[in-house]
Design a protein around this ligand. Sequence first.
Ligand code: MN
Ligand code: MN
Length: 324
Amino acid sequence: MSSSFFTPITGSVMPRFAGLATLMRLPYVGFDDAQFANVDIGLIGVPWDGGTTNRPGARHGPRQVRDISTMVRNVNRASGLKPFSVCNCADLGDTPVNPVDLMDSLHRIHAFYDKVCAAGIAPLSVGGDHLVSLPIMRALAKNGPIGMVHFDAHTDTWDGYFGGFKYTHGTPFRRAIEEGLLDPKRTIQIGIRGALYSDAEDTWGQEQGIRVIDIDEFHAMGLEAVMAEARRVVGDGQTYVSFDVDALDPVYAPGTGTPEIGGLTTLEAQRMVRMLQGLNLVGGDVVEVSPPFDPSGNTALVAATMMFEILCVLADSVSKKKTA
Ligand code: MN
Ligand code: MN
């Protein structure tokens, strides 16, 4: 059960447009606060896009998602899940970053998540570009490699850019596999598409054992079969959910660094995340929201809603482990 302190402020008491914007209207809990030890799931912003190779702006993602996430309500109509009733959820704020030093930012972000994980808090993050998943995994995978369900247009297993530089938003999962944080045989990538730099771009990950479901296979298999395959791949081990908003078609999420047409619909994405219920989930992220490329703000609404969908299945998993 969740305590009343961790219940989001309801729109029937304070209107949704009023008050300080926190993620999903949850209490803001800092590290020095006595409530920190009571948090089960921490919602965290990573305002950083230093790994972006093309169109920047994801550093502005957490601020806008905080604002739009005040639209989120408490009950998932489709699944019936009520995350705020079964887990203490809180906004842990933004991680420290250094916008002019990539390697220093990776250290700062990692140090923040070390504290979160040491407190037994499951992190649900909003980026930031996709490189932020790497320092998160460095903190999460302390006891051995984790599995991952990864929604994206891109595999993000490229080796290096600009003369072999190893840390960009196109490389996080190659680094995570090399560092022993991510088990490629328990990793599935869904929604992959778009033109390649070369024939060999995607082969490395598949050679390591990643199950790659590109957008054509997704449509050939159908949504239910794809998610049955995802459940088979990750099994009952610890599993992370990483959602790059460019997995969606740019008609739904134009505010992103590397849009690719021919993508998932928002409803397909919602349904797939709901089918993760019952897995051993340890955290998740929604990344690559770049507000400057979407003056409508819809990409942030999509991101906030996908965060809520992930939160529903994550809270179900975390609460069942607590009571087991
Ligand atoms: Mn990505
Ligand atoms: Mn992508």
